[in-house]
Design a protein around this ligand. Structure first.
Ligand code: 13P
Length: 251
C-alpha cells in the first residue's frame, strides 16, 4: 500500500546554523513520539549533507528542492541530481509552482529533471496545481492532467511507481487560504484516476498524493482523513518544529 508522507519545504529560509538546529529539533520530537508516517525535510542545497548527519535517518528523509536538468558540466550555479544523491539526501522536490513561475520551468524541463532524479536514485516529489484563474474557470483537472502527462507519462510503470505527487493549488500556497477537504479529495481522486488510466489501478493505488498549500496543525487532520490524501507538502508551518510535528501528528 502507499505510504503516508509529511514533507517540509523550507524554501529559501534558514542559514546553515538555523537549519541544522531545526532539523535536530524535528528529529528529537519524532524520536520522543514516533511518527505514523514518513517524514521528509526539504532543505536548501547547502544544508543537505549536514542535515543528513543531524537527523535520525530512520525517521526523517532529507530532500532537495530542485535539481539541474543537465547531468554535469559548464552550468554555473546549478546542482545536479548526482551531487544531491552524494549528500545522502533521498528525495528531490520538482516542479514547485515557485520554480515554474519565477524560474520558467516548463513541463519539458521537468521531464528532464525527473529522468535525472530517477537515474540517480532520488525520489521525486513532483508538484502540480492550478492558479486561481484556472480554479475559477473550473480548469483545475485539465491543468493537473497536462502537467502530469507532459512531465511524467513518458516513464515506464516501474519508474512512475517511484514518484510522489504533491497537489498544490497555487492560490493556497502561502496565502492562508486552504483547499477544503472536499476540494482536496475531489482532485486527488481525479489525479489518481488519471494515473490509473495510464498505468493501471495497482500503480495508482500505490502512488502517494500529498496536499500542499497553507496546511497547518489545525487543518491537517481533516485534510489527511480523506482517502486519496496521503499526507502533505508543508511550507510555512515546516519552519517551526512544533508546528511541523503537529501536522505529522495528524496521522
Ligand atoms: P505553505 O504551506 O506556506 O502554504 O506552502 C506550501 C508549499 O508551497 C509547499 O511546497
Amino acid at each position: 500500500m502507499r505510504q503516508n508522507i509529511v514533507a517540509g519545504n523550507w524554501k529559501m529560509n534558514n542559514t546553515l546554523e538555523e537549519g541544522i538546529k531545526l532539523a535536530k529539533e524535528v528529529s528529537a520530537l519524532l524520536e520522543a513520539n514516533k511518527p505514523n508516517c514518513k517524514v521528509v525535510l526539504g532543505t536548501p542545497f547547502i544544508h543537505l549533507a549536514e542535515a543528513v548527519k543531524a537527523v535520525n535517518t530512520d525517521l526523517v528523509g532529507i530532500s532537495a528542492q530542485d535539481c539541474a536538468d543537465k547531468e554535469s558540466g559548464a552550468y554555473t550555479g546549478e546542482t545536479s541530481a548526482a551531487m544531491i544523491k552524494s549528500t545522502g539526501a533521498e528525495y528531490v522536490i520538482l516542479g514547485h509552482s515557485e520554480r515554474r513561475t519565477y524560474y520558467g520551468e516548463t513541463n519539458a524541463i521537468l521531464k528532464d529533471k525527473t529522468d535525472l532524479a530517477l537515474a540517480n536514485g532520488l525520489t521525486p516529489i513532483f508538484c502540480i496545481g492550478e492558479v486561481l484563474e484556472e480554479r475559477e474557470a473550473n480548469k483545475q483537472n485539465e491543468v493537473c492532467k497536462t502537467q502530469i502527462e507532459e512531465a511524467l507519462f513518458h516513464l515506464s510503470a516501474d519508474e512512475f511507481s517511484k514518484i510522489v505527487i504533491a497537489y498544490e493549488p497555487v492560490w493556497a500556497i502561502g496565502t492562508g487560504k486552504v483547499a477544503t477537504p472536499e476540494q482536496a479529495q475531489e482532485i486527488h481522486a481525479y489525479i489518481r484516476s488519471v494515473i490509473a488510466d495510464k498505468y493501471g489501478a495497482e500503480v495508482a493505488d500505490n502512488t502517494s498524493i500529498l496536499y500542499g498549500g497553507s496546511c497547518k496543525p489545525s487543518n491537517a487532520k481533516e485534510l489527511f482523513a480523506n482517502p486519496d490524501v496521503d499526507g502533505g507538502l508543508i511550507g510555512g508551518a515546516s519552519l517551526n518544529a512544533e508546528d511541523f510535528n503537529g501536522i505529522i501528528s495528524a496521522f
